[in-house]
Design a protein around this ligand. Structure first.
Ligand code: FMN
Length: 168
């Protein structure tokens, strides 16, 4: 848990807010984001059978999403098929496209680049903290979007594993 907290602090914790007319505040976090909008959220399942936890970057807190352990396990099984790592924390990047769309006409490519930037930051921070981090080829779509919001406002844009010196 300390490893995870250190990673999230280094990569994602909001340093500063700025009021905007988009319907939400702009955020200044360690990693850049198109328009300082931060449309990509970080979710974590620390261990199998636990609920997804949402990283609240402003409060620097992991907030449990009750009743999501089964869908998180489905995502973990999909990850396991690529990289078996039972003891690793599973990370899911989930985009809220409406945020970027509040400012940009064609936000798709910006969201994908935001997600890539975030994975890159996680990678380099894991290296600095002597942790193992492995981005996965799967995005988590359609399962993440479907399972986390039945109104279709969310979209999986990346999955990764975070472990100690070796995954497993
Ligand atoms: C995918 C992506 C696209 C961006 N496009 C621009 C841009 O066109 N013009 C610009 O000035 N900054 C751009 N930025 C930088 C963001 O505006 C910047 O990260 C954000 O305002 C926060 O500022 P900071 O990173 O200096 O703290 C982009 C960042 C990302 C990740």
């Amino acid at each position: 848990m300390d490893d995870l907290a250190a990673m999230l602090e280094l990569c994602c914790r909001t340093r500063e807010l700025q009021a905007s007319d988009l319907g939400f505040d702009l955020e200044f976090r360690p990693h850049p984001s198109a328009g300082a909008i931060h449309s990509v959220h970080t979710l974590v399942q620390r261990e199998i059978d636990e609920d997804w936890m949402y990283y609240d970057a402003q409060a620097h807190q992991l907030v449990s999403l009750p009743g999501t352990s089964a869908v998180a396990n489905v995502a973990r099984n999909a990850a396991d098929e690529l990289v078996p790592a039972t003891n690793a924390s599973l990370i899911a990047l989930v985009a809220e496209p409406d945020k970027a769309a509040a400012k940009y006409k064609s936000p798709g490519s910006l969201i994908w680049r935001d997600a890539g930037v975030l994975l890159g930051y996680f990678s380099i921070c894991a290296e600095a903290l002597a942790l193992s981090f492995c981005p996965l080829g799967i995005t988590g779509q359609p399962m993440l979007g479907r399972d986390l919001d039945e109104q279709g406002r969310l979209c999986g844009v990346g999955m990764a594993l975070l472990g100690r010196t070796h995954l497993g």
